[in-house]
Ligand binder design. Structure first.
Ligand SMILES: Nc1ncnc2c1ncn2[C@@H]1O[C@H](COP(=O)(O)OP(=O)(O)OP(=O)(O)O)[C@@H](O)[C@H]1O
Length: 322
């Protein structure tokens, strides 16, 4: 059955749309048609080409995508290390395009925590684990003895939460890669950021250590309520989170959502994953290439609005006429 809306229906929809709150009004991270163009040697590279992304407070999610798809560019923007060329990006109420450099420094210190792939680049080599974690607390903090004691206590609490308290007096070269990375997460969490960003945090680690690192992110998310966004190539990590967003050619393309269900026959709990295509704000939808190929869809498709879905058919007119 095809539904043809009446004029009254359309008027009702238009007035409902006017009353709809702004895009991403309730999200902690909002990227709205985000663009980043790099110019190198007279050549322009569009690393982000109108990327839309919403992340809600308290989420633990993964970003995946082929090399060069724009993941690191997005993370650097969200971390306040790079500025977008156009579009809008807001994190915890901070407008990343309009932020002054003084505010940017404060943003990097207190609103976001960032963990990089290279375990060694996350820590200062001449400080112990406890001193590395206390350092961000010290910047702009209370200089009295009480302040120092409070910082040392907080550093130990975080090392304890991430199960590396036994490394508190060790320098990075005296720790394994996994211990260094868990300490790096403690450093990133020191000032209680709203968002923890991690760019390939398990890239240099074996799969067992990678599991421990992922566990550390989950702990931060569950115990401290920190919103966590992890860029990863690691399927095991991507499969562990409830939401995985794929980036393709500088845009979000598909999204996998997972939820637990109880199997009616066995009574066992199982994780059910479902893949969604992204509908952008202009109503554009990218159909997976293998779907369109399977049905020979090219250039033009026929659409039909049904009460609860939209049907998409290949254009068969040529065949019918011929
Ligand atoms: N500073 C820069 N100058 C010029 N081009 C850049 C710069 N940074 C990134 N790019 C280009 O932008 C595109 C996206 O790069 P980005 O590093 O964001 O991809 P990525 O998805 O993180 O890749 P990978 O998984 O390999 O790290 C690439 O074509 C890259 O060459």
């Amino acid at each position: 059955m095809t539904v043809n809306p009446t004029l009254a229906d359309l008027a009702h929809r238009a007035s409902a749309a006017r009353d709809t709150p702004a895009y991403g009004h309730d999200a902690l991270i909002t990227c709205d048609r985000l663009v980043r163009v790099f110019s190198a040697d007279g050549i322009e590279v569009q690393a982000l080409q109108g990327l839309d992304l919403l992340v809600r407070e308290g989420e633990l999610m993964a970003l995946v995508g082929a090399s060069g798809s724009g993941k690191s560019t997005l993370m650097n923007i969200l971390a306040g290390l790079d500025t977008p060329t156009a579009g809008a990006a807001r994190v915890a109420g901070h407008d990343l395009l309009a932020m002054a450099s003084k505010d940017r420094l404060n943003y990097r210190r207190t609103v976001v925590g960032f963990v990089r792939q290279q375990t060694s680049s996350n820590l200062l080599p001449y400080l112990t684990a406890a001193q590395n974690v206390a350092l961000p607390l010290q910047l702009g903090g209370d200089r009295t003895r009480r302040g120092r004691r409070a910082r040392a206590e907080r550093a130990l609490e975080l090392l304890d939460l991430l199960e590396v308290s036994d490394c508190r007096d060790r320098r990075p070269q005296e720790m394994s890669g996994g211990q260094q990375q868990r300490t790096a997460i403690a450093v990133a969490l020191a000032n209680g950021p709203a968002v923890l960003l991690a760019d390939e945090p398990t890239g240099e680690l074996d799969s067992h250590t990678a599991d421990q690192i992922f566990d550390a992110f989950r702990r931060a998310n569950e115990h401290l309520g920190t919103t966590v966004v992890i860029v990863t190539h690691d399927r095991a990590v991507a499969d562990e989170v409830r939401r995985t967003v794929a980036i393709r050619d500088g845009r979000t393309s598909t999204e996998v959502l997972r939820h637990s269900e109880v199997d009616e026959t066995t009574g066992d709990e199982k994780v059910v994953a479902r893949e969604y295509a992204m509908l952008d704000r202009a109503g554009r939808l990218q159909l997976p290439a293998d779907y369109t190929r399977a049905l020979g869809m090219r250039e033009r498709v026929a659409l039909e609005l049904e009460p609860d879905h939209i049907g998409i058919w290949p254009d068969r007119r040529g065949e019918q006429e011929g």
